[in-house]
Design a protein around this ligand. Structure first.
Ligand SMILES: *[C@@H]1O[C@H](CO)[C@@H](O)[C@H](O)[C@H]1NC(C)=O
Ligand SMILES: CC(=O)N[C@H]1CO[C@H](CO)[C@@H](O)[C@@H]1O
Length: 508
């Protein structure tokens, strides 16, 4: 960091520094620009070449009434990436990405969920993808688990069964054995809160267990231990051979008390943040175990409700130490934000996580609405989120592993262009203010199957035609804008492409 920037950081917000530099305009050369995808959302080939059934196959085939889209769609074919590796590589090269984020499908690699059979076809597919990326100097960043649990393991309780920490480590070992000689950036688990709270606490995601206040908390503890086992396995056995770094991905949407002077709103905000983020982050990045205030709250509520012990499980001292510090960096998925209040809170189910928080979430009408009901454009939320995380966890490296805007079909996606530029500006501002942000992955590379929202919510830099069996792709305006940003390492607000044609530049 430049001395002047450091000085102005030390002087803080309130001193008008005469040395204040011009705002940083360029991203560092080693900043990674990428785009992301997840196996179930893009691969298709749901039952081909020996792949096992996942909880998302089960959700879409057997509980379609739980889908929000209610259109009978599924990820059976999705963007058909399993059969279109060349297309995906071409898109990635056209954009000039430094890095590509994808996930490995656990049931594709281990059809039974266990390592008794390793599916060679899966190893082939991921090997080809990794090798093609490296051939073109594109750094793979691989998510080991992005929600598609083998159904066989869900039948044994899935993330509520403490044995899953061992099962996950066994799976991670096969992944590292096969790919860690070439992949240097690893993400153990994508969005614990969405896995546990939405999948086990509610019915918005697979396995739709709908047992909030119990199953989501069991899931949280087992999940962070599973993560730590994979981290420690890598660090002891693979890192000495290959270098490489391992992190975990949290969703972190910005949140502030609705009334900043209200003690009740401030408490609700704190408890809500701990319930959605802290119960996953604190065991790994904080002081160990679940956050103190939240543990006390759930223990009190549990006692009052007649439970013999807290619904939020305890960590033994040994478990605490095992999980604490199990990271090389933090991945952050960020899309939006909310205001948090303790006033006029709806009657939540008892028990439930929301009842435990005592919080209600508000968004403002003036924030632009995306096609996804849960994403509104809250101004400056990414900058605020990065600064909060930077001050909570000083010295930690961060990557924005997801950030994007959901629209509909159509190639002139000006809302996405505006959102992308704004969010990248917020990243630049956060870097200038000292946050150790190392990369940014936009969500997503191309249109894909958006879980319970089906194919209606389009996030892609490239449009995919899901009506056509060949799944043809077409660049959107945002693809050209992003390409220009990556190439120049700067945001040029005046840049407007003269046509929507993408070609591969020399050197990519
Ligand atoms: C989920 O649980 C809630 C609260 O207990 C209940 O009202 C709701 O009907 C359940 N949903 C489904 C799909 O079972
Ligand atoms: C090429 C390679 O390393 N293959 C390995 C993949 O993982 C299985 C299980 O650990 C090994 O048996 C293979 O040798």
């Amino acid at each position: 960091m430049h001395t002047v920037a450091l000085l102005s950081l030390l002087l803080g917000c309130c001193v008008a520094s005469p040395w204040k530099e011009e705002p940083v305009k360029k991203f560092p050369e080693d900043f990674l620009f990428g785009a992301g995808s997840a196996a179930y959302q893009v691969e298709g080939a749901w039952d081909e070449d020996g792949k096992g059934e996942s909880i998302w196959d089960d959700f879409m085939h057997n509980k379609p009434w739980l889908m929000i889209a209610q259109d009978g769609s599924s990820g059976d074919v999705a963007s058909d990436s399993y059969h279109n590796l060349e297309r995906d590589i071409q898109i990635i090269r056209e954009l000039g990405l430094d890095s590509y984020r994808f996930s490995i499908s656990w049931p594709r690699l281990l059809p039974s969920g266990f390592p008794d059979q390793v599916n060679e076809a899966a190893i082939q597919y991921y090997n080809n993808l990794i090798n093609e990326l490296l051939k073109h100097n594109i750094e793979p960043i691989v998510t080991i688990y992005h929600w598609d649990l083998p159904k066989s393991l869900q039948d044994l309780g899935g993330w509520t069964n403490p044995n899953i920490a061992q099962w996950y480590e066994d799976y991670a070992r096969i992944v590292f054995d096969n790919f860690s000689n070439r992949v240097k950036l690893w993400l153990t688990i994508n969005e614990p809160n969405e896995i546990c709270y939405l999948g086990y606490g509610h019915v918005l995601e697979a396995p739709a267990l709908n047992a909030s206040g119990i199953a989501d908390y069991l899931c949280a503890k087992n999940l962070v231990i599973a993560h730590a086992r994979a981290y420690r396995l890598y660090t002891s056995q693979y890192k000495p051979l290959h270098g490489g770094r391992v992190g975990i991905v949290f969703s972190a949407n910005w949140h502030v008390p609705l009334n900043p002077d209200s003690e009740a709103d401030k408490l609700a905000d704190t408890l809500h943040f701990q319930a959605k983020f802290g119960i996953y982050a604190n065991p790994i990045f904080g002081y160990g175990g679940f956050p103190k205030e939240y543990s006390e709250r759930v223990a009190e509520k549990s006692a009052a409700q007649g439970f013999p012990r807290s619904r939020l499980p305890e960590f033994s001292e040994e478990e605490k130490q095992f999980v604490l510090g199990s990271y090389d960096f933090m991945g952050v998925n960020h899309y939006t934000g909310q205001l948090v209040t303790a006033e006029n809170v709806p009657e939540y189910a008892v028990p439930s996580l929301l009842d435990d928080t005592g919080a209600d979430l508000i968004t403002l009408d003036e924030w632009k609405q995306s096609t996804s009901p849960w994403i509104k454009w809250m101004p400056n939320s990414l900058y605020n989120q990065l600064l909060e995380l930077g001050s909570l966890y000083p010295g930690v490296d961060f990557y924005i592993t997801e950030n994007g805007w959901s629209g509909s079909t159509g190639l002139v996606d000006d809302d996405r262009v505006d959102y992308l530029r704004s969010c990248l500006q917020q990243c630049l501002d956060a870097v200038a203010d000292g946050v150790r942000l190392k990369g940014y992955y936009t969500w997503s590379l191309m249109d894909s199957f958006e879980w319970a929202f089906g194919y209606g919510a389009r996030f892609g830099l490239y449009e995919i035609d899901f009506e056509d069996p060949k799944r043809p792709h077409t660049p959107r305006k945002s693809a050209l804008v992003y390409k220009h940003i990556i190439k120049t390492r700067a945001i040029d607000y005046d840049y407007a492409p003269d046509s929507l044609v993408m070609t591969i530049d020399e050197g990519h």
